[in-house]
Design a protein around this ligand. Structure first.
Ligand code: PLP
Length: 506
């Protein structure tokens, strides 16, 4: 719960719920004399509070001097059936009461995650805060298992969607030196020397606004993809382009569809827009399934990531074409890593009005720091998208450097070649060590160690190597490793070997 919101205890439902067991599932309801009539848990685990008006409801389990609360979402919800987000806590463990501001905080780990996830349809409760005023006087129940209903008494300054969301968590950017940083898919090599020369030689007129249309960048990008400048929209990284696409095409309550697993920013952008997310599960071999209407539901925009992240493989070209043909809305092909692959979807832009390809200079061009991405689509699509962008969304220095980088395809090819070579070498070495390594067309590998993925990450971190782990049903057993320099990858292989040896020795 965000700062600035106060909660008033409305009423309690004594012992209304038998919280089943430690799993928090099942939820048989035991109505009580006072409240049985309005309180009913259906078989789905949904909670129906009838005509009551509660902004959130807490299942209160064991008391240890205080109550332990769990909210069931913001906004006035009289009927919390089915999809209502709520969760359980099994006590007060790990909670921190801050007497200075009267807030009580539960770090995520004190929440009964399993129950939270099951009841919350996959949602995760990260961190909860309750104001002291929400911690009502001693419960009428006398210390065990009750349901407490609260009403919001001070309006939040923010949309409930924003309050309830966890926000995107970018990969770690360590401040210390001497770290082998293989966690955010940057390019370990320097960018085009032309970029650096421009930085040094140019006289910058920073008192002036940049070109709002980034004309020179559009011209250079158009040449790269074989299109026209009016078919290009430039953004502050491709994240900006994705934001523009969703803002332009998706209304509140609409649906955005994306692959599962894929880039974890898409759900966040959908959430910010107040829209729903439809996840399209990849096939067992991580490929794009054949198009089926039920996979997209009523989505107004689909994002297909190729090469997919964090998986690494490109999606089948013919399949993407089929999705463009069959789907009514825009098909965004996020090609952040396509420069490392043999195939791309730019040809589909020329044959399908609803195909938008997004690209970035953050990966293959070694320019994550300047923030530049672009969209390639039919001119009529670009004209609509351009209305939504911030007027000056790309600064003058970035524009100048991006032009130099895009025009230096020779350096791009050299760097891509080195990364691809190292990628193949690392694939081979890790397979020899017993890792499962998925095919990659990107500048990272998605690998499954022959033991717990988190243990592998911890072992690498002890040796000052950081990689990325994505919790989740499919991804949790894997680790994503960005391709670094040859020396960095040698170090990673060496440390991996010694982790394995230690395990065998233990
Ligand atoms: C699939 C995918 N798309 C887009 C991006 C964001 O790129 P940019 O740096 O251009 O915002 C990333 C970054 O990791 C990514 O993995």
């Amino acid at each position: 719960m965000a700062d600035g919101v106060l909660w008033e205890h409305q009423f309690s439902l004594p012992c209304a719920v038998e919280l089943a067991d430690d799993q928090g599932v099942g939820l048989p309801c035991r109505g009580t004399k006072d409240y049985g009539a309005i309180m009913e848990l259906n078989q789905m685990g949904g909670l129906n509070l009838g005509h009551t008006l509660a902004d959130f409801v807490c299942f209160c389990d064991f008391f240890r001097g205080h109550e332990a609360f769990v909210p069931v979402g913001g906004g006035a919800r009289a009927n919390l059936a089915d999809n209502a987000p709520y969760a359980f806590t099994d006590g007060f463990d790990g909670s921190i009461f801050n007497p200075a501001n009267d807030w009580l905080e539960f770090p995520g780990r004190s929440i009964h995650q399993k129950a939270a996830q099951e009841q919350n349809k996959g949602g995760q409760v990260q961190h909860l805060q309750y104001h002291r005023s929400a911690m009502c006087d001693p419960s009428p129940v006398g210390g065990r298992r009750c349901v407490l209903c609260f009403r919001r008494v001070q309006m939040s300054y923010f949309r409930s969607t924003v309050e309830e969301m966890a926000g995107y968590v970018p990969g770690e950017q360590p401040a210390v030196a001497n770290i082998v940083k293989l966690n955010t898919n940057e390019n370990p090599y320097p960018p085009s020397p032309d970029v650096l020369a421009i930085l040094q030689k140019n006289k910058w007129f920073l008192n002036r606004y940049p070109d709002p249309s980034a004309r020179l960048v559009r011209e250079a990008a158009a040449e790269v993809v074989g299109g026209e400048p009016d078919e290009i929209l430039v953004g502050n990284g491709s994240d900006d382009i994705l934001t523009i696409l969703i803002r332009a095409c998706v209304d509140q309550g609409d649906v955005v569809a994306c692959l599962e697993p894929s880039y974890s920013l898409y759900p966040v952008l959908a959430q910010i827009q107040g829209s729903c997310l439809q996840r399209i599960p990849v096939e067992e071999d991580f490929s794009l399934p054949k198009f089926r209407p039920d996979l997209v539901g009523r989505a107004s925009l689909v994002v297909l990531t190729s090469p997919n992240a964090p998986i690494g493989a490109s999606l089948d070209h013919e399949r993407i074409a089929e999705w463009c043909r069959e789907f009514d809305g825009l098909v965004v092909v996020d090609e952040a890593y396509a420069d490392f692959a043999d195939v791309n979807a730019t040809g589909l832009v020329r044959t399908h009005l609803n195909c938008v390809v997004t690209r970035t200079l953050s990966k293959a061009y070694s320019l994550a720091g300047i923030r530049l991405g672009y969209a390639y689509a039919a001119a009529s699509v670009i004209r609509q998208l351009a209305k939504v962008k911030d007027s000056y969304n790309v600064n003058a220095i970035t524009q100048a450097l991006a032009v130099a980088a895009l025009r230096d395809q020779k350096t791009l090819a050299e760097n891509v070649g080195r990364v691809r070579e190292t990628r193949e070498r690392l694939t081979q070495s890790l397979r020899e060590l017993g890792f499962a390594v998925l095919k990659s067309d990107a500048n990272f590998l998605f690998v499954k160690p022959p033991f717990e993925a988190l243990e592998y990450c911890a072992g690498l971190r002890d040796a000052a190597i950081i990689v990325r782990h994505f919790p989740g049903f499919i991804t949790g057993a894997f680790v994503r490793i960005s391709i670094g320099t040859d020396a960095e990858i040698d170090r990673l292989i060496e440390v991996s070997e010694s982790i394995l040896k230690e395990r065998h020795g233990a």
